[in-house]
Design a protein. Structure first.
Length: 285
């Protein structure tokens, strides 16, 4: 498994440490364990130090050789958690868009504080149905996903209920997001109109970083979501990244604060939105 996240690396090392404890408790050397299960001697060391990801069969063989076969189930579940920290889109979406959308519903429902930064798109909680449909249709074509777009759109619309059920949303956008015509001028005009409404929603704090903001010390970064102080997710070109290490979460929290300091809110944010609407109106004349 390859992952750009130190969260995944640390979790893999933790799994290796637990396997090493099981081996030493069984009074087996790495060489002896390798011989019992028929591996090259170096494989045990690589697994224990987090340099090689074991397979479920490797874990079963390890636990069997150490006399604790019942330990395998919990360790395989831990392995699944490690593998889930970075998931390629083709794996996440192989069953279609709807299951991919449903996957995050439990996380949305248990989160009370959302912090969202997006340099490219208006994020899900404040998207219109037409904007959602345009985005998902584009994904389906680009990544050759099975065509369940209408069902996936409904799942995403239903997820927006959390905006009215106690969650707090701090959202930061780059002003350029207002100028990307997702779905064409009519869809984008409707989306920008809804953004004006969103600025007055009690649960939503919407900040927009102006195009002319001084970015000398804080330039745009990858889009990311923070769920309370426990999880960060980011969408990369190749897949979906989940971050759980406290020191990494703290880094994202600091970046979010810095980006929020660059943003404008309230009447100033609405001015930027209305300017973007005016640009659309001029283009359609």
């Amino acid at each position: 498994m390859a992952s750009p996240s130190s969260s995944a690396r640390e979790a893999l090392k933790a799994l290796g440490r637990r396997l090493r404890e099981i081996r030493t408790d069984a009074s087996l050397t790495g060489r002896r364990l390798s011989g019992v299960v028929g591996w090259h001697e170096s494989k045990v060391s690589k697994i224990e130090h987090g340099r090689t990801t074991p397979t479920p069969d490797d874990i079963r063989a390890w636990c069997q050789a150490c006399g604790v076969p019942d330990e395998a189930t919990a360790l395989i579940a831990q392995l699944r958690d490690v593998e889930g920290m970075f998931v390629e889109w083709r794996r996440m979406e192989r069953a279609g868009l709807r299951p991919a959308q449903e996957r995050v519903v439990p996380l949305w429902e248990r989160t009370r504080s959302f912090r969202i930064y997006n340099p490219r798109l208006i994020p899900g909680p404040i998207q219109t149905r037409a904007y959602i449909a345009a985005l998902l249709a584009g994904l389906a074509v680009r990544r050759n996903i099975p065509g369940d777009i209408d069902d996936a759109v409904q799942v995403r619309v239903d997820k927006q209920q959390v905006v009215h059920q106690g969650g707090r949303f701090a959202i930061i956008l780059e002003e350029s997001v207002l100028r990307f015509p997702i779905g064409g001028p009519v869809t984008m005009a409707g989306q920008l109109g809804y953004l004006l409404t969103a600025t007055s929603l009690p649960a939503v704090s919407l900040g927009i970083i102006p195009l002319d903001a001084d970015r000398s010390t804080m330039w745009p970064v990858e889009g990311f979501w923070m769920f309370d102080d426990s999880t960060v997710t980011a969408e990369l070109v190749s897949g979906h990244l989940t971050i759980t290490q406290p020191h990494e979460i703290a880094m994202y929290a600091d970046v979010f604060r810095r980006l929020a300091d660059l943003a404008v809110y309230g009447a100033d944010a609405r001015t930027l939105i209305t300017r973007a609407i005016a640009v659309l109106d001029d283009a359609s004349e």
